[in-house]
Design a binder for this molecule. Structure first.
Ligand SMILES: Nc1ncnc2c1ncn2[C@@H]1O[C@H](COP(=O)(O)OP(=O)(O)OP(=O)(O)O)[C@@H](O)[C@H]1O
Length: 304
C-alpha cells in the first residue's frame, strides 16, 4: 500500500496574463510505501516545497496526479489523516500553543481533550509554555509548536518541511527520537530537509530533486554505496605481514582496506584474528549524502 503516489507531476508558476514564470516541477514520479521514511533533498529552488504543497493539495499541479493514502489529497477525510508542518510557520502571535492545537483539532474534526494536547506539547518539549502566547517564542519554540500541531489526530502520514530548522542540537535529537517512535508505530514520514546528515539519520529512502526533476531516488544504502570496500582498524601492534597475507592492504591512515562482499571480508577477518590481530573498528567505505547530492547536481546540470 502506498502512502504517496505522484505521477508525472508538473507545476508551472505563471505571472500576469499567463506569461510563463517558472517550471518548478517537470514531471515527477514517486511512490512512497506506507510505514517508511522518505527524505527529499535538493538545492535551493529545486522545487521541494512546491512538491510538498502539490502533494497536500495546497498547490494545484499543472499536469500529473497525486494520491495520498490511496485517496484524493483535496478530500477532507484524507487530509484529516495527514499531518503537515510547513516550512514557514504562520502562528497567530496572540494564541497559546494549547489554543493553536485546539484550532488544528477543530479543522481536522479530531477530538483533542486537554490532557492529550498537553501530552503532545510534552512530547515536543514545550509543555512548560503551553499557556503562553507564541508571539514571544524563539524560532525553535515555534518550530516545536508546529510539530505538535502536525501530530494532532495521530496522522498516518506526516509531511514535514524542514522539521528541525531552528532547533538546538538537543532539540534535533529529541525530534529525531519522536519521529523514530512515530515510524515504529506505523506512520509514514515524508521529510523535506536541507540538513543532509539529518535526512540520512531518519530516512531509509532518499530522492534528490534537481531543477524540478527527480534526479536520483532509492534506498539510502544504494545511493551511498560504492563498490564493496571496507575499512578496518586493528589494535596497535597487529602483525602487518599477516594482515597483508589475510587479504588486507594498508590504507595509509592506520586503517586497512578490504575489497569484497561480507562473506570474504569475514573470512579475511578470521584469518587476521587467527594470526593474533584484534579488530577495533569496521566501516563500510561509502559516500555520504553530500557527495551523492553533488554528483546528482553535476549530472542534472550536464543533462539540462
Ligand atoms: N508562487 C510562486 N510563484 C512563482 N514562482 C514560484 C512560486 N513559488 C515558488 N516559485 C519558484 O519555483 C521554484 C521552486 O521553488 P520551491 O520553493 O519549490 O523550491 P525549494 O526546493 O523548496 O527551495 P528552498 O530549498 O530554497 O526552500 C523557485 O525558482 C521559486 O522561485
Amino acid at each position: 500500500m502506498l502512502a504517496i503516489e505522484a505521477r508525472g507531476l508538473a507545476k508551472r508558476y505563471t505571472g500576469p496574463l499567463g506569461r510563463k514564470v517558472h517550471d518548478a516541477l517537470r514531471g515527477v514520479d514517486l511512490a512512497v510505501p506506507r510505514g517508511t521514511a522518505f527524505g527529499l533533498i535538493g538545492p535551493n529552488g529545486a522545487g521541494k516545497t512546491t512538491f510538498v504543497k502539490t502533494l497536500l493539495g495546497v498547490v494545484r499541479p499543472t499536469a500529473g496526479a497525486v494520491r495520498l493514502l490511496g485517496g484524493d489529497p483535496e478530500d477532507p477525510r484524507i487530509r484529516a489523516r495527514v499531518g503537515y508542518m510547513p516550512e514557514r510557520l504562520r502562528l497567530s502571535p496572540a494564541w497559546t500553543p494549547l489554543e493553536i492545537l485546539a484550532s488544528v483539532a477543530r479543522l481536522k474534526g479530531a477530538p483533542l481533550p486537554r490532557p492529550r494536547a498537553l501530552a503532545l506539547l510534552e512530547e515536543v518539549g514545550i509543555a512548560h509554555a503551553a499557556a503562553r502566547r507564541v508571539g514571544g517564542f524563539s524560532k525553535g519554540m515555534r518550530q516545536r509548536v508546529g510539530l505538535a500541531a502536525a501530530l494532532v489526530g495521530d496522522p498516518e502520514l506526516l509531511v514535514l518541511d524542514e522539521p528541525t530548522d531552528g532547533l538546538d542540537p538537543i532539540g534535533r535529537v529529541e525530534v529525531r527520537a519522536l519521529l523514530a517512535r512515530r515510524l515504529a508505530a506505523g506512520a509514514t514520514l515524508f521529510l523535506n530537509s536541507h540538513l543532509l546528515a539529518e535526512t540520512e539519520r531518519i530516512c531509509g529512502r532518499i530522492g534528490i530533486l534537481v531543477e524540478g526533476r527527480l534526479a536520483r531516488e532509492g534506498p539510502l544504502e544504494a545511493l551511498t554505496a560504492t563498490s564493496a570496500e571496507w575499512l578496518v582498524r586493528f589494535e596497535g601492534d597487529a602483525p602487518a605481514p599477516a594482515l597483508a597475507e589475510a587479504g588486507f592492504t594498508a590504507g595509509g591512515d592506520g586503517r586497512w582496506r578490504f575489497a569484497g562482499e561480507p562473506e570474504p571480508l569475514n573470512a579475511a577477518l578470521d584469518r587476521a584474528r587467527a594470526a593474533g590481530a584484534l579488530v577495533v573498528e569496521l566501516q563500510a567505505d561509502g559516500k555520504d549524502l553530500e557527495v551523492v547530492l553533488a554528483e546528482a547536481l553535476r549530472a542534472g546540470r550536464e543533462a539540462a
